[in-house]
Design a protein around this ligand. Structure first.
Ligand SMILES: Nc1ncnc2c1ncn2[C@@H]1O[C@H](COP(=O)(O)OP(=O)(O)OP(=O)(O)O)[C@@H](O)[C@H]1O
Ligand SMILES: [Mg+2]
Length: 230
C-alpha cells in the first residue's frame, strides 16, 4: 500500500435503510479524513449513526451515495464500485474488526480462536508463533488452552483483539469494544488499544460511549442525527 497522507477520506457519505415503504436516513453526507497512525473515536447518542458509519468505513456495507477512498484507492464512489471479491480482499488485508459481542467460537480454545483467520486467509510469514506472541502481549499467555466459557469478559475481548491483529491489519475498527465490560476491564482494553496505536503504529477507528475511552485517542468526532461534528 502506498503511503498517502490522507489514509482514509470520506466525502458526502450517506446511508438510507429501506424498510418496506419507510426510508431511514441513518447517515447524511458525512465528510472527513483520517491519517495513517491516528486513533479516532466516534461518540454520540444511540441511533446517531455511529455503527452505520464505521461499517461503511470498514467496507462492511455500501453507502447509498458518497465516496470513500482508502490508501489511495477509491472504494466507493461514482461508478467506481469494487467487486465483492476486491472488497473481501480489502476487508482481510487492511482491517481488523472488534465488536461489542466478542464472537468467539465456544468450542475452540483461546489459541484456536485467534489462529482461526489463518485457516481462511493466510498471509506469507504468518505462523502460530505470531498467535502466541499476540496473546502474550495481551496478557493471555496462561489462558491459551482455555475455552471461551472459562475466561472473563475482559479476557474474551483480549482474545477478540488478538484475533483481529493476526492478519497484521493497518486499521483496527472497534465498535463499542468495551460495551459489555466494567470500568476496570474497559480501562485495561483502552490501555491495550493505546499501546497498539502508539507502539505498533496501528490506525484505530473506534466507537465508544465511554468518554474515558474515547478520549484516549486524542481525536474525538461527535455524531448526532447522522451527521459528524468535529
Ligand atoms: N439494518 C437497518 N435497517 C434499518 N434501520 C437501521 C438499520 N441499522 C440501523 N438502522 C437505523 O439507523 C439509525 C442509525 O443506527 P446506528 O446503528 O448506526 O446507530 P448507533 O449510533 O450505532 O447507535 P448505538 O449507540 O445504539 O449503537 C437508527 O435510527 C437505526 O434504527
Ligand atoms: Mg452502534
Amino acid at each position: 500500500m502506498e503511503n498517502s497522507a490522507m489514509f482514509l477520506e470520506a466525502r458526502g457519505l450517506s446511508r438510507v435503510y429501506r424498510r418496506g415503504s419507510e426510508d431511514i436516513h441513518a447517515l447524511h453526507e458525512v465528510s472527513f479524513s483520517i491519517q495513517r497512525g491516528e486513533f479516532v473515536s466516534f461518540m454520540g447518542p444511540s441511533g446517531s449513526g455511529k455503527t452505520t458509519l464505521v461499517n461503511l468505513l470498514g467496507c462492511l456495507d455500501n453507502p447509498t451515495s458518497g465516496e470513500l477512498d482508502l490508501a489511495g484507492r477509491k472504494i466507493f464512489g461514482n461508478g467506481n464500485v469494487l467487486s465483492e471479491r476486491d472488497l473481501t480482499r480489502i476487508r482481510r488485508e487492511i482491517f481488523g474488526y472488534v465488536f461489542q459481542n466478542f464472537y468467539l467460537i465456544p468450542t475452540l480454545t483461546v489459541l484456536e480462536n485467534v489462529a482461526l483467520p489463518f485457516a481462511f486467509y493466510r498471509k506469507p510469514g504468518a505462523r502460530l508463533e505470531e498467535v502466541r506472541r499476540l496473546l502474550a502481549m495481551l496478557g493471555m499467555e496462561r489462558r491459551m488452552d482455555h475455552l471461551p466459557a472459562q475466561i472473563s469478559g475482559g479476557e474474551m475481548q483480549r482474545v477478540a483483539i488478538a484475533r483481529a491483529l493476526v492478519n497484521r491489519p493497518e486499521i483496527l475498527l472497534a465498535d463499542e469494544p468495551t460495551g459489555n465490560l466494567d470500568t476496570t476491564r474497559s480501562a485495561e482494553i483502552g490501555e491495550i488499544l493505546q499501546h497498539l496505536n502508539r507502539n505498533e503504529g496501528l490506525t484505530i477507528i473506534m466507537v465508544s460511549h465511554n468518554p474515558n475511552l474515547a478520549r484516549l485517542g486524542g481525536r474525538l468526532i461527535e455524531m448526532r442525527d447522522g451527521k459528524v461534528f468535529k
